[in-house]
Ligand binder design. Structure first.
Ligand SMILES: Nc1nc2c(c(=O)[nH]1)N[C@H]1C(S)=C(S)[C@@H](COP(=O)(O)O)O[C@H]1N2
Ligand SMILES: [Mo]
Length: 322
């Protein structure tokens, strides 16, 4: 694939591989595929005004930070690590085995039903979801177990989807649900968690511009192990809030139940904001190890997104609401 000219790439192949990405991102993918100067020139001739200017190499080393927090100024975690060190209990509790256990996970057809306290409840076909304008966001992901990654997600703000269904005045929280289908998610045959996996956000957290629904990463469609075809990403919260393979989103009036809180309520609270000052009962949350590094890093309040999100929790006791 890398050595072929864009003209050699079969149209159906492109549709299949890139169907999740909007034109802007697809163009960048095509540009990256053109490795020689000659094909690069041909590409530029055929496409005189490419909008996307970020090259993968730039992203990997020198992603410039943005004041809105959309782009972290840190080296990206290699794709191989992002796709081979996963938490996704529906497939395996072994982080190294999720990739192989989820291989071939069928995500077509797929619908996400958005319902509850809304004026316009609606089922969104995956194609409709993929037609939302996609953006690339480089976010830190901090797992509650103490490791972290820096991931170039592709997705759209959750707020865009919620605006379409018009939450009513009564809606105060958003509840999310993963697919329940033990035939396709074999580890759901075990009782390791209460299925389906569920998560929740307060409505203002859900509407925050940093909160996205991701459909891709590293310029490619989201691989099964990372939550295909659509998963939540809330960069200032511990990784487990980022629920994968979502099929249902409900607007509700009361704080909804969440999987890890059901599992161990003294260890995992509803908010689960990254907070180096509040320890997990069995370990400190003050430091983390970036995957691929050996040294420990200091964990930052709200995972480094204080400037953007601290106001959401003003006046709240974060030890009580952990
Ligand atoms: N449905 C579902 N979503 C899930 C999980 C899971 O087991 N099931 N694990 C969570 C945890 S604990 C983390 S740290 C992140 C990991 O995301 P990643 O594998 O893409 O890095 O996914 C979260 N989302
Ligand atoms: Mo996690």
């Amino acid at each position: 694939m890398e050595n072929r000219k864009p003209a050699d790439i079969d149209a159906s192949e492109i549709t299949d591989k890139r169907v999740y990405l909007n034109r802007r991102l697809f163009m960048r993918g095509a540009a990256l595929a053109a490795t020689t100067a000659a094909t690069g020139l041909l590409y530029r001739k055929l496409n005189p005004q490419p909008v996307e200017t970020t090259k993968r190499e730039e992203l990997a080393g020198f992603a410039k930070p943005t004041s809105d927090g959309f782009r972290a100024n840190e080296k990206l975690t290699p794709l191989a690590d992002i796709t081979n060190y996963n938490n996704f209990y529906e497939f395996s509790t072994d982080k190294g085995a999720v990739a192989s256990e989820s291989k071939g996970f069928v995500t077509k057809p797929w619908t996400v039903s958005v319902e509850g306290l809304v004026n316009k409840p609606r089922s969104f076909d995956l194609n409709k979801l993929l037609s939302f304008p996609l953006e690339e966001r480089v976010y830190r992901l901090r797992c509650v177990e103490g490791w972290s990654m820096v991931i170039p997600w592709i997705g759209f703000p959750l707020a865009k989807l919620l605006e379409e269904v018009e939450p009513t005045e009564q809606a105060k929280y958003v509840a999310f649900q993963t697919l329940y289908d033990p035939k396709r998610m074999p580890n759901q045959r075990t009782g390791v968690l209460d299925w389906p996996y569920v998560e929740g956000l307060r409505l203002d957290e859900a509407m925050h511009p940093l909160t996205i629904l991701a459909t891709g990463l590293y310029g490619e469609v989201l691989p099964p192990q990372d939550g295909a075809p659509i998963r939540l990403v809330v960069p200032w919260k511990y990784g487990f809030k980022s629920i994968k393979s979502i099929v249902k989103i409900q607007l509700v009036a009361e704080e909804p139940p969440t999987t890890w809180n059901i599992q161990a309520s003294n260890e995992y609270g509803f908010y689960s904001n990254v907070n180096p000052e509040v320890s997990h009962p069995r370990w400190s949350q003050a430091t983390e190890r970036r995957i691929g590094e050996f040294r420990m890093r200091e964990t930052l309040m709200f995972n480094g997104y204080s400037e953007q999100v601290a106001h959401l929790y003003q006046g709240m006791d974060l030890e009580q609401y952990f």
